[in-house]
Design a protein around this ligand. Sequence first.
Ligand SMILES: Cc1cc2nc3c(=O)[nH]c(=O)nc-3n(C[C@H](O)[C@H](O)[C@H](O)COP(=O)(O)OP(=O)(O)OC[C@H]3O[C@@H](n4cnc5c(N)ncnc54)[C@H](O)[C@@H]3O)c2cc1C
Length: 741
Amino acid sequence: MIHPLIIRHVNNYPQRHVTTSSLFRLNRPNRLDLASLPKSTKKMESQSRSTSHNQTVDDDSRLITTATTRRIQRLTLHLNPNPPPPEEEQQQLLQRLSCGSRAKLEVDKAALSIYMKGKYSQIQDRIFEFFNSRPDLQTPVGIPKDEHRELCWKQLLGLVREAGVRPFLCVADDPGKYFAIVEAAGSVDMSLGVKLGVQYSLWGGSVLNLGTKKHKDKYYDGIDNLDYPGCFAMTELHHGSNVQGLQTVATFDPLTDEFIIDTPNDGAIKWWIGNAAVHGKFATVFAKLMLPTLDEKGVTDMGVHAFIVPIRDMKTHQTLPGIEIHDCGHKVGLNGVDNGALRFRSVRIPRDNLLNRFGDVSRDGKYTSSLPTINKRFAATLGELVGGRVGLAYSSVGVLKIAVTIATRYSLLRQQFGPPKQPEVSILDYQSQQHKLMPMLASTYAFYFATKHLVEQYSEMKKTHDEQLVADVHALSAGLKSYVTSYTAKSLSVCREACGGHGYAAVNRFGSLRNDHDIFQTFEGDNTVLLQQVAADLLKRYKEKFQGGTFAVTWNYLRESMNTYLSQPNPVTVRWEGEDHLRDPKFQLDAFRYRTSRLLQSVAVRLRKHSKTLGGFGAWNRCLNHLLTLAESHIETVILAKFIEGVQNCPDPSSRAALKLVCDLYALNRIWNDIGTYRNVDYVAPNKAKAIHKLTEYLSFQVRNIAGELVDAFDLPDHVTRAPIAMKSEAYSQYTHYVGF
Ligand SMILES: Cc1cc2nc3c(=O)[nH]c(=O)nc-3n(C[C@H](O)[C@H](O)[C@H](O)COP(=O)(O)OP(=O)(O)OC[C@H]3O[C@@H](n4cnc5c(N)ncnc54)[C@H](O)[C@@H]3O)c2cc1C
């Protein structure tokens, strides 16, 4: 039993940010002797005791912890020298030590889960159940490349032909459902998610979005039922990001009414093409359309267009004449996907194989298009392909959910060290572990709401084709794809490390998740390149605004915050440090928006200045890091705004309270990460910066208290997370069983 004196003493203590981790750290061997700290720290301790209750944050929680801990240790030993307190009471003590009078939030897991799973949970559950019922379709750890490719193809066939899931129907009719299918398939095996994406978003999507009725009539069913496995052949050996630099040519031959596809040099070999090495029968090949002319050049380059090229015989599966295919080989990850390289030597295809939605060639070789310039046609063509980016952003959140679930469950289970003669504590009680994982858990929630918004916007755009929405979705998908995939990629390493040695066992997933996901940062647009598109879009709108235009819906906030930015920060509010203020969504959003406005305005000035001497390209490069920071800042702002909306719209009060806590952690952690910027411009005074830091640590602790419920709300079954160390029960025995005990 803990003596009531201790409890009273703790309750009377004016601070509430004494953390369990700092408490325990004191008791571990070889730690600093805290009694020997210099006198000045003791002075701070006594000062901190006089801090009033309505001041939010401790002056120095570690020192308070020191004093409190010593007192408790003395009292505990005096009153009861040996027996450790029963676990529940110990927990209560820790609770009080850690957050004063605040109780742990009660979370209604079921209600939160319903809210977080959204309207496509049924199809996802169906996919999980199908693979759970088919052990022969589950990917074993360490499967060799060629077997993995065959298994991945069987998984896809099983999903479509046996489980009756029809992704292609959803690509056009219900994109939200389609992205949910891709996420769930990717949770089973990321290679499967990507293979599915190649077939339906890339190959299928190119036919649907760039073709016309004749193409849909001819190819739709075969794509849907997998009789026509296909590729999306855009990238070449010498050109990936710079699509306008592609060199493959498609020359129209009016005599035979055909296009002749040619790879003019080795640099133009199509490279990295998914489905090409083994399974593909067709490829959508991106090539410069060349029309014969009567001038001395003999041909005119009409810009990059897409053509359907059969690459293997439908019956024998032999590579067709004029086509050479090689395997791109073993990759860092995603080895279930067969990426290949293709060379074309005078391959003839009918004129009808031009995907002619944005430009057509008549029988007599005349070019027609509703769009006036090559650039406009190019933009329209690429604009139709943003679905792939939306899918990657969405699936990346799915990967983050799995990783954070494994790391959090294991961190709750795992115990290392503890106070003398008391049980060891869970590693998630350490402040450092909370710091690694709780903002990540908060970010996972934040990204869920942001990508859900993106999917809704995308679906709306597909319905209405509203021009403004098209531009909005283009920038939003580029920004979210970059931001989320970069964050997930980094987090996978953090999760591995947070699980110590057992995080390194392949069976516990981090290795494959990390390797498979890593390329999400590059394909469907390199992240650094995509962020520049976001920055360019912001600048374009900024310029338009000063010419009397308006910001699009997503960008509306800039109008207001630009005005705030152009005035000086309010000298009173920069010092406000009360918890109510720091947890006010208005303060948080204002801070994010202020930062974006500032970055936007300052980079516009710099670009103008440098372009006079360096030209447009040089000036852009001179300001490139600034531009990338601007794009990230904008995307963080959009994410926060969507998270705040997600909290406000949550119908269940207990879930809403939990989400509010998580949202506050997301916001304050991001502000703290960039505190130098805020301090530099005096948006935040030193006392406020300190308060933000302390409150962030405190919120991490509070989130830790409901971390189990928060990851449970993702509702990922054990057969999806699969890591033995993260099983909902008997994790250790499942792990020992796995290695053969
Ligand atoms: C596993 C895998 C599967 C793929 N599947 C397909 C597929 O099915 N079909 C297909 O067509 N393609 C596919 N790709 C190709 C992929 O889309 C490209 O790799 C991607 O577009 C990036 O192009 P890149 O490799 O040429 O990189 P690069 O553009 O050469 O980029 C290399 C580096 O240069 C930097 N960089 C480039 N330009 C700029 C700039 N303007 N400013 C600043 N930095 C810059 C980038 O940030 C990056 O760090 C696949 C690739 C892989 C690895």
